[in-house]
Design a protein around this ligand. Structure first.
Ligand code: NAP
Length: 222
């Protein structure tokens, strides 16, 4: 069987790297462009990268994301524009580009990496929450439009994952407190998110589409 091609954004570290490694172990050919090849802040960079793709994308994982904390009063214009561009408009743009080939091939898997902060929120996360909840809407609308073409579209909403992003936004003291508030009493490993991502993007998933699936150690239950 021909190898499937997966494009994974933000695969230089953290969750994206774990997803890329997991896919490779499963025999998938992974395209993991670095920021120099694909900068999601730049519409030109996105257009150029996609125009230069040498192979069709069978699986797309919109993983790259940023989370600049800031409440409504102190919110900077840069925070608003960049968060919306990287977390929401770039995934939309990439889907617009790869969907026609998937529709033509009558096969595709698209996975957006959302967040529990797209389902709940807390102070200082307005731009992050608005983009991650937007990804839920993007997921549902794409799932409905692309279902007749056997293209399944889902969203994974991780809770606290042990990555640079989490360590940047929370002190180690805060993290100790956070762990106690999670029913499973620990952060997720990026590899645990990757396993769920792989299942949703594999041929084993034949009937889940349009869903936002939390993977949070039970955090949303308490
Ligand atoms: N960590 C968590 O607890 C958590 C929880 C829920 C959801 N998430 C979501 O999961 C995803 C990955 O998070 P993570 O914790 O692995 O983050 P991370 O460790 O900060 O890694 C972020 C990745 O995104 C890339 N990226 C950022 N801005 C980019 C841009 N303008 N163009 C291209 N790539 C860019 C980074 O590339 P560079 O190396 O070039 O910076 C890096 O590869 C994000 O969407 C995040 O919102 C994370």
């Amino acid at each position: 069987m021909k190898k499937k091609n997966a494009l994974v954004t933000g695969a230089s570290r953290g969750i994206g790297l774990a997803i890329a490694d997991c896919f490779k172990k499963q025999g998938i050919n992974v395209l993991a462009p670095g920021r120099k090849e694909l900068d999601l802040l730049s519409k030109d960079s996105i257009a150029n990268y996609l125009a230069g793709l040498k192979c069709p994308v069978d699986i797309l994982v919109n993983n790259a994301g940023i989370n600049m904390l800031g409440g409504i009063v102190s919110l900077e214009e840069r925070n608003i524009q960049e968060t919306i561009q990287v977390n929401l408009l770039a995934p939309l743009d990439i889907i617009r580009n790869v969907a026609p080939r998937m529709m033509h091939k009558k096969y595709g898997r698209i996975l957006n990496i959302g967040s529990i902060w797209g389902l709940i929120t807390k102070p200082g996360r307005v731009t992050y929450t608005l983009t991650k909840s937007g990804l839920g809407g993007l997921t549902r609308s794409m799932a409905v439009e692309l279902a007749p073409y056997n293209v399944l579209v889902n969203c994974v909403a991780p809770g606290y994952v042990d990555t640079e992003l989490t360590r940047k936004n929370n002190t180690s003291r805060e993290l100790e407190k956070i762990k106690k508030s999670i029913p499973l009493q620990r952060l997720a490993n990026p590899g645990e998110i990757a396993e769920l991502a792989y299942f949703l993007c594999s041929d084993k998933n034949t009937y889940i589409t349009g869903q936002t699936i939390a993977i949070d150690g039970g955090y949303l239950c308490v």
